[in-house]
Design a binder for this molecule. Structure first.
Ligand code: GLA
Length: 757
C-alpha cells in the first residue's frame, strides 16, 4: 500500500510488516524518514524529520540557507557537488565540464501498473498494487530523474530503480548511476555479504561497520563468486532468529557495487547498483538511462525471516510465470561421469540406467559439438561432434524414447580461438587489436554488445534447441572479462561496454525464452559465478557450484540461501571420492545435502553397486514424495556449518503440519553430548511423529545394511520450545538399537508429520 500526505509531500510505503517513509524537505530534496517496523499511517509525519538546525563548524551550507547542510540530510538520491561529501548515488559530467548536480522535487505519480524496465529484467507486480514515481530535476542542467518504488506487500519487499533523462540540448556523461540509497539514522551495523571463488562460493562474511566506507563489488564482467550482488545490514545482536536486518538483492548480472558508508555524524548510507568502475554512459539530449531494479526487504525477526521474504519474492515475482511453483525435474548430468570422454553408447547406457532408477531428465554436458574433446577448442561451433554418432538429434530421440526429458549444455557467450566461428569473425571476440589477449579456460568472450552477434547466436541456438527437441538448457559462462575492447563500439562508447554486454545478453535471453517458452533454463558460470536475480528472471535455477563435495556444499548452500531460494539452487550427488576435494563422503550424506535444492546426480550411475543402486532408487522416491517441500517450503537455517560441527536445516510447509529436518555432522566426536534441536514454525497444537529417513549404512563394517531407524513423538509447542530430544550418538562402548551412529561426514533427514495428516 502507498499513502501520500499531499500537505507535507510525505510518501508512506507499507508492506505486511514494514514501512518505508520518505518526504520532500523545505529545500526540495527527497529525504528518508524511516525504513523498518510497520507504522500506522498518520495525516502527517513531520515530527519524524530530524535535521540539524544549528550551524556546524566547517560545514557547507546548502545554497544560501545557513544551518542546512546536505552532508547530514538522509537523501534518497544523493548527488555530488552541493555539500554532501558522502558517496553519491548519481554522478554526472556536463558538457561545460561541471560535475555538480542538485535534484529537487518536481512531481509525483501513482501508477496502477508497474512499468517494465527498458532492456532490463524486472519483478512482476503483485495484484492490485500501486507504484510510486517521484520526479526530481536539476534546475540548471535540466537533468531529470524518476525515482521508482514498487511495493510487494506479501513478501515484505520494496523495489527501487531510477530512470535518468537528459532534457538539456547537449549530451551528458553518467559517471555513476546506482539503483538505490538508504540513509540509516545511526552507525551500529554489521554488513553481511557472500564472498568466495571457484568451488568455494557463497561464504558468509560478516563485518562490523566503522566510520568510513566499505565497498563490495565485481569488476569481472559478471556478478561473480567473489562478491555476490546481495548484501545484508544487521544489528550487532541480530542472529538467524532474532533482531533487525535488511536485505538488498540487485537484479543485475554484470559489474556491481555496494557501498556502506558511516559518516562522521554516525549516519549509515547503503547503496547498490551497477559498478561505476570502468563505466561511463553518454546520454544524448532526449535520451534516458534505466538502472537495474533492486529488492529491499526488512525483517524484525532475524536473518531467517529476511531470507524467507527474499525467497518468496524470487519465487513469486522474479521467476517467470511459466516456472512459478512448478516442480523441477530430477536430472542426471554426464559431466563428472564422463567429462569429454563419451560416445553414443556411453550416454545411452547412462540414460537407460537413469530411467530404471527414476530420474526424469538426462542432461548432455560439454563436448557434444565441433571437435571439442577438451576445453581448448570449438566454442562457437554448435554443430555435431563426430564422436557422437547420429549427433544430438539421435541421443535426444533415444533419451525421449526412454520417457526422459532431454537437456543440453551450451556456452553461447564464448568463442575458442580454435573454432570456425573465430576464423570467420575474429572481430566478434573481445580483444584489443594491438595486444595478445589474455585467455581464460583457453577462450575469449564474444561481443554481446554487437547486435550481429546476438542475431547469430539466436539463430544457431534456435537450431540446436529445435534439432534436439530440447527440454532443458544449461547455459554456461566460464571466463571473466579481460582486454575489454569491443570492435563494434566507437572509442567513446568503449567505457559503456560492460553494461552494453549485459543488455545484449538480456536481449538474447528475452528472445530465446519467448521463442522456447517450454525450455527450462539453468544458468551456470563455472558454478555460482553469476548467481543473481537478473539471471534468475530468465532462468529459474542456477548451478550453485562446481564443488559437488557434500561437506563443502553445506557451507555453499547455507550461504547461498541467505538470498536465494532452494528452488533456484541446483545440487547433485557426485562421485566418491569427491573430484574437488578428494573426500570420501557416504552416499546417503551426498543425497541428504543435495536434497535441499534442485536435485540430480552427476556421477557415473552405470557403475553403482547393487546396494548403491537400491539406495539411489529410494533417494529418488523420497525426493519425489517431498519435492514440493524441498523446493518451495519455508527454509530455516538452524545451525551453521560456518560455526560448528553440526549443521541443521529445516523446511516447513505453509500449514505448519509437515517439515523435513536435515542433520549433518562433519566429524564424529567422542563421548558426545545429548543433543536437542528446537524446531520453529510448526503448528503448536498438533501432535507430530518425527521419523528418520531409512538409510543405508556404509560407515561401519556390519552385516546389517540399514542404519537404526529413529522415531520421536512430540507436540508442536514442545518441538519449538523444548526441542527434539535426539538419541545419543555412539559413546565408545556399544552400538544398540538406540544408537544414532552418525560418523564422520554422516547425516540424517527426519520427516516431521502431524498425526492424522
Ligand atoms: C563449467 C561448469 C561445469 C561443466 C563444465 C563443462 O565448469 O560449471 O558444470 O558444465 O563447465 O565444461
Amino acid at each position: 500500500m502507498i499513502s501520500i500526505n499531499d500537505q507535507g509531500l510525505e510518501f508512506h510505503l507499507q508492506t505486511k510488516r514494514s514501512s518505508y517513509l520518505i518526504k520532500v524537505t523545505s529545500t526540495g530534496h527527497l529525504v528518508h524518514l524511516h525504513y523498518g517496523d510497520r507504522l500506522t499511517h498518520r495525516p502527517q509525519f513531520n515530527a519524524l524529520e530530524h535535521l540539524y538546525h544549528d550551524k556546524m563548524g566547517s560545514s557547507t551550507d546548502y545554497a544560501d540557507i545557513p544551518g542546512q547542510t546536505l552532508n547530514t540530510f538522509r537523501l534518497e538520491v544523493p548527488t555530488f557537488g552541493k555539500g554532501d561529501y558522502r558517496s553519491p548515488l548519481l554522478h554526472v559530467e556536463y558538457t561545460d565540464g561541471s560535475r555538480v548536480t542538485d535534484l529537487l522535487y518536481q512531481s509525483h505519480q501513482l501508477l496502477d501498473s508497474k512499468p517494465s524496465l527498458e532492456g532490463l529484467p524486472s519483478a512482476s507486480a503483485e495484484r492490485d498494487s500501486h507504484h510510486l514515481v517521484i520526479t526530481l530535476a536539476d534546475p540548471v542542467t535540466k537533468l531529470e530523474v524518476d525515482v521508482h518504488y514498487s511495493v510487494f506487500s506479501q513478501s515484505d519487499v520494496i523495489t527501487r530503480h531510477l530512470v535518468v533523462r537528459n532534457h538539456a540540448s547537449r549530451p551528458v556523461q553518467l559517471l555513476r548511476a546506482l539503483s538505490s540509497c538508504v540513509d540509516f539514522a545511526d552507525e551500529s551495523w554489521d554488513l553481511i555479504h557472500l564472498q568466495g571463488k571457484w568451488i568455494k562460493e557463497a561464504q558468509i562474511a560478516r563485518q562490523s561497520l566503522e566510520k568510513g566506507t566499505v565497498q563490495i563489488d565485481s569488476k569481472k564482467g559478471v556478478s561473480s563468486a567473489n562478491h555476490n550482488p546481495f548484501i545484508a545490514l544487521a544489528r550487532k545482536e541480530t542472529n538467524e532468529h532474532l533482531g533487525a536486518c535488511y536485505g538488498f538483492g540487485l537484479m543485475y548480472s554484470g559489474n556491481h557495487l555496494s557501498v556502506a558508508e558511516v559518516s562522521p555524524y554516525n549516519q549509515t548510507r547503503v547503496m547498490t547498483g551497477i559498478n561505476d568502475f570502468d563505466f561511463r554512459w553518454e546520454l544524448e539530449s532526449g535520451e534516458r538511462f534505466t538502472t537495474p531494479e533492486i529488492a529491499l526487504t526488512y525483517s524484525a525477526s532475524g536473518l531467517n525471516r529476511m531470507s524467507q521474504q527474499l525467497h518468496q519474492f524470487i519465487n513469486q515475482h522474479v521467476i517467470s510465470e511459466q516456472w512459478r511453483n512448478v516442480e523441477r525435474p530430477i536430472q542426471v548430468n554426464n559431466w563428472e561421469a564422463t567429462y569429454f570422454d563419451f560416445d553414443y553408447d556411453k550416454l545411452d547406457a547412462i540414460a537407460q540406467k537413469a530411467k530404471s532408477i527414476g530420474v526424469e531428465l538426462f542432461v548432455l554436458d560439454d563436448g557434444w559439438f565441433g571437435k571439442r574433446n577438451d576445453d581448448t577448442t570449438s566454442l562457437g561451433d554448435y554443430f555435431d561432434n563426430p564422436k557422437l554418432v547420429g549427433g544430438i538429434a539421435r541421443i535426444s530421440e533415444t533419451v525421449k524414447d526412454y520417457g526422459l526429458k532431454f537437456g543440453i549444455w551450451v556456452e553461447p557467450e564464448m568463442v575458442s580461438p580454435d573454432s570456425e566461428l573465430f576464423r570467420a569473425h575474429p572481430e566478434w571476440a573481445i580483444t584489443h587489436p594491438e595486444r595478445t589477449p589474455s585467455l581464460g579456460r583457453n577462450q575469449l568472450v564474444l561481443d554481446m554488445a554487437n547486435p550481429e552477434v546476438i542475431d547469430y547466436l539466436f539463430e544457431k541456438l534456435s537450431d540446436v534447441f529445435s534439432r534436439a527437441r530440447v527440454d532443458y538448457v544449461k547455459w554456461d559462462h566460464n571466463r571473466n572479462f579481460s582486454d575489454s575492447y569491443a570492435h563494434s563500439l566507437s572509442a567513446k562508447e568503449q567505457a559503456s561496454f560492460n553494461h552494453r554486454y549485459v543488455l545484449g545478453l538480456y536481449d538474447l535471453l528475452t528472445r530465446l525464452t519467448k521463442t522456447f517458452p517450454n525450455i527450462l533454463f539453468e544458468s551456470c558460470s563455472s558454478g555460482g559465478n553469476r548467481f543473481d536475480l537478473g539471471m534468475l528472471s530468465y532462468m529459474p535455477q542456477t548451478w550453485t557450484s562446481d564443488n559437488t563435495d557434500a561437506i563443502e556444499r553445506l557451507n555453499i548452500q547455507h550461504g547461498t540461501s541467505l538470498c536465494y531460494p532452494l528452488s533456484a539452487m541446483s545440487a547433485h550427488v557426485a562421485a566418491k571420492p569427491s573430484h574437488q576435494v578428494l573426500r570420501r563422503t557416504p552416499l546417503e550424506t551426498r543425497f541428504n545435502v543435495a536434497a535441499f535444492g534442485n536435485f540430480g546426480y552427476q556421477l557415473d550411475i552405470t557403475q553403482l553397486t547393487e546396494q548403491e543402486t537400491q539406495a539411489v532408487v529410494e533417494q529418488i522416491a523420497f525426493y519425489k514424495q517431498h519435492r514440493q517441500l524441498l523446493q518451495f517450503g519455508r527454509f530455516y537455517r538452524l545451525s551453521s556449518p560456518f560455526e560448528g560441527n553440526i549443521t541443521t536445516w529445516l523446511v516447513v510447509n505453509d500449514d505448519g503440519n509437515e517439515a523435513l529436518l536435515g542433520y549433518y555432522q562433519k566429524l564424529q566426536q567422542s563421548s558426545g553430548e545429548l543433543e536437542t534441536i528446537k524446531l520453529p514454525a510448526l503448528n503448536p497444537e498438533l501432535a507430530f511423529i518425527v521419523r528418520s529417513r531409512a538409510q543405508y549404512r556404509e560407515e561401519i563394517e556390519t552385516t546389517d545394511t540399514r542404519v537404526n531407524s529413529e522415531l520421536y513423538q512430540l507436540y508442536g509447542d514442545q518441538l519449538a520450545s523444548v526441542g527434539l530430544p535426539l538419541n545419543n550418538q555412539f559413546m565408545g562402548v556399544e552400538i544398540t538399537e538406540h544408537t544414532r551412529y552418525i560418523g564422520d561426514f554422516g547425516s540424517r533427514i527426519y520427516h516431521i508429520m502431524a498425526e492424522g495428516y
